[in-house]
Ligand binder design. Structure first.
Ligand code: GL2
Length: 829
């Protein structure tokens, strides 16, 4: 019987101590096998890329083994699972990360070196998986790592875009976008599950049917597309647990549209079918708003429908009674992008499982939680009713039903306050009647999370004030975190070894709170020396990269000052550039002797601008124009350099962050929901120059104001400053540097005019002028501290020591306890 077969296989497995061995010799043999049989190259002659492919397959085999065991264990234990629904994941590279999490870094390096290869070189052959835009997407990847490491029974669901985030190419200082067809060279980290497919329906009509005397709605679709699963095993660190990130790809459905074929319109029918596949082909390259786009809506529903069919199928494999659903399933909406899951669950419960509306709604409200990642009310998606009606007619009806119920409930609470009812309604009347996805999510979720303390306050007092007043118990926050496995262990191995040496343990890699132990040694001179050495080696690596990508040689004695993130007006890269112009202007106007006192800087900026975001693109061009001038000015020499790092992505971040002395997080207060880059720099002992925005407020609580360079208006001051507009007294230096750009000092006078307009008088919405004075003061304080290397090193050690709260392990622990109600389910070794 199959039971006996399983038992036999298990005995064999135990006897063999797992199938695959991890000593260097076994790894070497497996690598050569994969060179020969998977990559189909001769084992006597293969290059770095082929070595990467072979090693990846070797690691993939080991992941699969653990992954099978984990899934079997989950199946046997049947714990409550969390399903993480996200439209974006920025995984970056997988090889090094998997090897570290499997705990076989040294064995792999040995195996490779005996074959004549260098581990780092081989690992660098891998391209990034960039199925996301920015912070939100990288956060999902960090959280998957923590979920696996902490043994939580979790699944990630998303879309397998064929084209990831565009590649940024800079020509003459202008950004150009090139498609990222990341699958060109194969992807060893995924497993295509040709048998795990679900039909996803679109368009069509809704009809009624009578079953056992009861009336039910049935949706007759106009088009059906097949969703195929691609599984990406996600290994935990220090555990056998390996969880699944399941990404869906659209494939033509086997259910043929017989009519089209029969009328002889064969070619058109096939072409239409191919068009259907485009649903999962491309990631939207804007990280904020996608209002009213049909393809975007199709993507959202496609992914939601396939995921829910999969989740409900898994539940029904074991359970018959849907009352148990909330005991077994937590559905986490990563932002409101997957919010169509709410009406979809209702549709399945009511139309397919015939649970009755009240029961269905009660269950729905018990399973959903959502996290919002924005402070901008404008970024909250709205779906035009016309669009929804044509694409998902049944869902529109369900949303209307939910809204009627919601309005009745609201009237019981607030009476006939029509203005407020209109504000809170899920349906927005007006020129374009639309569905407010956030309001739908707020009403139907048991919990809504913000991503930092400040963000949560803003949600409660501004963005979702009406809801907070009525349902305060729904509101929580979970400050974001990043995984120390990726952001220290993988990307900064020297610092990792140093931390373990001084703490006397590697346990901090799983238990981040231990990092605080470094505080004790913050003034220890021998730690200082080792710390400085590690930082210098990392700077060297970064300097080499800069020279290779831009041809610019930079001095290692200079302060490496970095701002890398998406380009946005609210993130104020323009403030940084204007500050650099000011520094340049000062150096130029100094007596030669005084120049000796200047603290040398290498200013590094990197980031992508959304293709349609004109002002962001102008900032990139301005950065290049200013760099051209400064870097070629012999008066300045090594005192100031400006570099734009092209095509910023996860791998570039892994290289830049460990080499940074100072990093800038300078958004106008109240605009950055959290910010996660700052946490990565903090962990790596880089000092922060920042405004009190997003999670920085909590970083201040952890490391103290004295260990960073704070500046700028506080969040409560921003509205008053905006009201004051042009009557604010801005520093003369600010007017001067803007004038320099306006007057064409850096060329492209006409092109930069509109950019200059955004920061003058009443138009200076992001308050660059108002904050410029304190920004320069913070920069001066950073210069002063840098000269005192002992002080700087102490601040740097204290930054790393205080970064424990910003691990995604802590975030996930909070979610598990306070939002999802799940417990670890550890697979035995
Ligand atoms: C973001 C926020 O802007 C950012 O502040 C936050 O750290 C991340 C993760 O919560 O989410 N929202 C968003 O749409 N993107 C973000 O980075 N792209």
């Amino acid at each position: 019987t199959s039971g006996e077969r399983t038992a036999k296989a298990e005995r064999m497995f135990e006897l063999m101590d797992g199938f695959l061995k991890n000593d260097p010799l076994s790894l070497q043999k497996d690598i050569l096998d994969h060179v020969e049989y998977t990559v189909a190259r001769s084992r006597f002659s293969f290059d770095d890329f082929e070595a990467y492919q072979a090693l990846s397959h070797c690691i993939r085999d080991r992941l699969i083994e653990r992954w099978h065991d984990t899934q079997l264990h989950f199946k046997r234990k049947d714990p409550k699972r969390v399903y993480f629904l996200s439209l974006e994941y920025l995984m970056g590279r997988s090889l090094s990360n998997s090897i570290i999490n499997l705990g076989i870094r040294d064995q792999c390096a040995d195996a490779l070196s005996q074959l004549g290869f260098e581990f780092e070189v081989v690992a660098e052959q891998e391209g990034d998986a960039a199925l996301g835009n920015g912070g939100l997407a990288r956060l999902s990847a960090c959280q998957m790592d923590s979920l696996a490491t902490m043994d939580f029974p979790a699944w990630g669901y998303g879309l397998r875009y064929q084209y990831g985030l565009f590649r940024q190419v800079i020509l003459d200082g202008f950004q150009h976008e090139q498609p990222d067809y990341w699958l060109n060279f194969g992807n060893p980290w995924e497993i295509e599950r040709v048998h795990v497919t679900y039909p996803v329906k679109f368009y069509g009509t809704v009809e009624e049917e009578i079953l056992n005397g009861e009336k039910y709605k049935i949706w007759i679709p106009g088009e059906t597309i097949e969703a195929v699963a691609y599984d990406n095993p996600i290994p935990g660190y220090g555990t056998r647990n390996t969880i699944t990130l399941r990404l869906w790809a659209a494939k033509p459905s086997n259910q043929h549209d017989m009519e089209a074929y029969n009328t002889g319109d064969y070619i058109d029918a096939v072409v239409n079918r191919q068009r259907a596949e485009t649903i999962s082909s491309i990631l939207y390259p804007d990280d904020r708003s996608h209002q009213g786009k049909e393809l975007r809506l199709k993507q959202q529903y496609f992914f939601v429908s396939a995921s829910l069919q999969d989740i409900i199928r898994r539940f029904k494999d074991v359970h018959k009674d849907f009352n148990k659903f909330p005991d077994k399933v937590a559905l986490q909406l990563n932002d409101i992008h997957p919010a169509l899951a709410i009406p979809e669950v209702m549709r399945v419960f009511v139309d397919e499982e015939h649970l009755g509306w009240n029961k269905a709604f009660d269950l729905t409200c018990k399973i959903f939680s959502f996290t919002t990642h924005t402070v901008q009310a404008e970024a909250l998606e709205k779906i035009p009713v016309d669009l929804l009606e044509s694409l998902l007619p049944r869902h529109l009806q369900i949303i209307y039903d939910i809204n009627s119920y919601f309005m009745e409930e609201l009237k019981k609470r607030i009476g006939l306050d029509y203005n407020r009812l209109a504000r809170m309604s899920i349906v927005e009347e007006g020129a374009v009647k639309s569905i407010r996805v956030a309001n739908l999510s707020l009403f139907c979720s048991h919990t809504v999370n913000g991503v930092s303390k400040l963000h949560s306050e803003l949600l409660q007092t501004r963005v979702f004030k009406d809801f907070y007043e009525l349902w305060p118990e729904k509101f929580q926050y979970k400050t974001n975190g990043v995984t120390q496995r990726r952001w220290i262990v993988v990307s900064n191995p020297n610092l990792c070894a140093l931390i373990s040496k001084w703490l006397g343990t590697e346990s901090w890699i799983r238990d981040i709170d231990l990092l605080i132990g470094l505080r004790e040694y913050a003034t220890d001179i021998s730690l200082h020396q080792e710390w400085q050495m590690v930082r210098r080696v990392n700077k060297m690596r970064l300097a080499e990269y800069i020279e290779a990508t831009s041809g610019l040689k930079v001095s290692l004695d200079a302060m490496f000052d970095v701002q890398i993130k998406r380009i946005h007006q609210y993130k104020r890269q323009l403030l940084n550039i204007l500050g650099i112009i000011h520094r340049y202007d000062c150096i130029k106007n100094m007596a030669k002797d005084d120049r000796r006192k200047v603290v040398p800087r290498v200013c590094i900026i990197g980031g992508k601008a959304a293709p349609g975001y004109e002002m962001a693109k102008k900032m990139i061009k301005l950065c290049h124009a200013v760099a051209e001038k400064i870097n070629n000015d012999s008066d300045v020499g090594d005192l100031l350099k400006l570099v734009f790092i092209p095509d910023y992505n996860v791998s570039v971040a892994e290289l830049v962050i460990p080499g940074a002395d100072l990093s800038q997080h300078i958004s106008t207060a109240g605009h950055e929901a959290s910010g996660t880059g700052s946490m990565k720099f903090l962990m790596n002992g880089c000092l922060l120059l920042a405004t009190a925005d997003g999670s920085t407020v909590e970083i201040i609580e952890e490391i103290g104001e004295d260990n960073m360079f704070l500046f700028g208006a506080k969040v409560h001051e921003v509205p008053t400053l905006r009201e004051k507009g042009s009557t604010i007294k801005v520093p003369l230096q600010f007017a001067r540097v803007v004038r320099m750009v306006r007057d064409g000092y850096f060329g492209f006078q006409d092109y930069f005019k509109s950019l200059c307009d955004t920061v003058e008088g009443n138009s200076d919405y992001y308050l660059l002028g108002a904050d410029f004075g304190s920004y320069l003061e913070a920069q001066a304080a950073a210069d002063k501290a840098f000269v005192d290397q002992e002080k700087w090193t102490r601040m740097s050690i204290l930054s790393t020591a205080g970064s424990g709260r910003f691990s995604s392990d802590r975030t996930i622990q909070d979610y598990a306890e306070k939002t999802w109600g799940i417990e670890p389910c550890r697979c035995p070794l």
